[in-house]
Design a protein around this ligand. Structure first.
Ligand SMILES: [Zn+2]
Length: 253
């Protein structure tokens, strides 16, 4: 048994030396409480598994992609009061990203997709700053924005039905029975504009939720998680194939 050739952590210098990679994928997660029932690694596991599933499909279609190890720490400045929620400030993330891009550029990897899996991370402004400074083409996405409507009954954005379903599918042994989960109720802002979302500020996690979750997980099932993973992976794979084949100097019609 050898490792998967499109996962850097599982492959080796012999294989890497012989492969002209077109696209590196950098999944970026977080380490934080997810209601009472999901593990702290939820965002990391989802990133690992979605990136791997997408890269597998792309690789089988001859796209030379390589998934880098998931960065396990995200921006958690709104969750600092929650025990063992670990924070990297955006400026620290920028320093990390810049160093990695510099290495990729030096090694001739032409394209990078930052695949984000945590709501507190925001890479768009970093891409704006880095693009003119490096030869590497950099783009970013939030995988959870690619989920089709219709799979899940309940919304929410943290330890919700979607994340619970995914973890029930991917790591069932790490998920507590749902009768031990809180209901993930969100305490809305009193000010209308903040509630409606057209004025934004960061939510204070101890005040916005009672159990660290936002979104009721009770209707989650592993089957929904599998559907979600397969749908998201297929969509991202399609992009990876397109990006691998693309001429970066000829992206416009
Ligand atoms: Zn999460």
């Amino acid at each position: 048994m050898t490792g998967r050739p499109y996962i850097l952590a599982e492959t080796n210098w012999q294989a890497v030396k012989a492969t002209d990679y077109e696209v590196a994928v950098l999944p970026w997660g977080a380490t934080e409480a997810h209601n009472y029932h999901l593990p702290y690694s939820t965002d990391v596991v989802q990133c690992d598994e979605i990136a791997a599933a997408a890269a597998k499909i792309a690789w089988e279609r001859e796209a030379k992609v390589i998934v880098l190890p998931t960065v396990p720490f995200g921006v958690n400045t709104g969750q600092l009061d929650i025990k063992l929620d670990l924070n990297l400030n955006p400026t620290t993330q920028m320093a990390v990203l810049q160093d990695l891009v510099e290495a990729l550029e030096h090694q001739g990897i032409p394209k990078l997709l930052v695949m984000n899996g945590h709501g507190g991370n925001d890479f768009k402004q970093m891409v704006r700053e880095l693009l003119p400074r490096f030869e590497v083409f950099i783009c970013c996405m939030d995988w959870y924005r690619t989920v089709e409507m219709g799979i899940f009954a309940e919304g929410g954005d943290h330890a919700n039905e979607m994340e619970t379903s995914l973890m029930q599918y991917l790591r069932p042994e790490w998920v507590l029975p749902l009768d031990q989960a809180g209901d993930g109720r969100e305490h809305k802002f009193k000010i209308a504009a903040l509630r409606e979302g057209w004025v934004w500020t960061q939510r204070d996690w101890l005040q916005v939720t009672d159990d660290t979750g936002i979104g009721n997980p009770q209707q989650a099932t592993a089957e929904k998680g599998q559907r979600c993973l397969e749908q998201v992976a297929a969509r991202i794979a399609e992009f990876l194939v397109d990006l691998a084949a693309a001429d970066i100097d000829d992206l416009y019609e």
